[in-house]
Design a protein. Structure first.
Length: 200
């Protein structure tokens, strides 16, 4: 992939995340505003049915659309992750699992995650970065690093750390080197005695 293609992909990722976050945020905003207005009308004596009619509009469709989009994205990535795992594509499965988590988190935070990722991706693309440095891949890299650390820590707890054996080796080598110095000293003493005996 050329640098221009990767940069273009970074812009597309940013726009996609911003659109996802904005749709979820607008949908939640309209839904909340409608509920608040209906409660206000009910509080002044309007029946629940009349209150619903007073606040009903075509904008009521947006919350439903945002929920359908979020569920569809989450379900797609979940299915794709399972499909990749079945075929042995573990990298693809991990990538789709992360996308599934991002879609679910965007819905749970009413668009905040999508907007944050979109802002990061757009800034990354403006700075000359591409898909390899977008929010999705950065999060994936951090999760992989955390997983590697946990795996190493668990291995060291069960099997013992390599550092402890390394320390023993250095101390034994220090002993042997000091022993070598002692032997060299003994040799010097013996040669001195040999010279003395020859003098006798």
């Amino acid at each position: 992939m050329s640098e221009s293609d990767e940069s273009g992909g970074g812009w597309l990722e940013g726009v996609e995340h911003v659109a996802d976050g904005a749709l979820e945020a607008v949908g939640h905003g309209i839904e909340s505003a409608g509920e608040t207005a209906a409660h206000a009308f009910e509080a002044v004596g309007t029946t629940a049915e009349d209150a619903a009619k007073l606040v009903a509009s075509d904008a009521d469709v947006i919350p439903g659309i945002s929920e359908v989009v979020s569920v569809a994205q989450t379900a797609y990535h979940a299915g794709a992750a399972i499909g990749d795992a079945v075929t042995g594509d573990w990298d693809g499965a991990a990538d789709h699992a992360l996308s599934m988590s991002e879609s679910a988190a965007n819905a749970a935070t009413f668009g905040a995650v999508g907007l944050a990722e979109g802002a990061y991706d757009l800034a990354n693309a403006a700075d000359g970065g591409g898909e390899s440095t977008d929010a999705h891949h950065e999060i994936g890299g951090m999760l992989q690093g955390a997983g590697n650390w946990l795996g190493d820590t668990a291995y060291n707890l069960v099997n013992g750390s390599d550092d402890s054996s390394g320390g023993d080796t250095s101390s034994s080598s220090a002993d042997s080197s000091s022993g070598g110095d002692a032997d060299a000293g003994a040799y010097d003493d013996a040669s001195a005695y040999g010279d003395m005996s020859s003098m006798e």
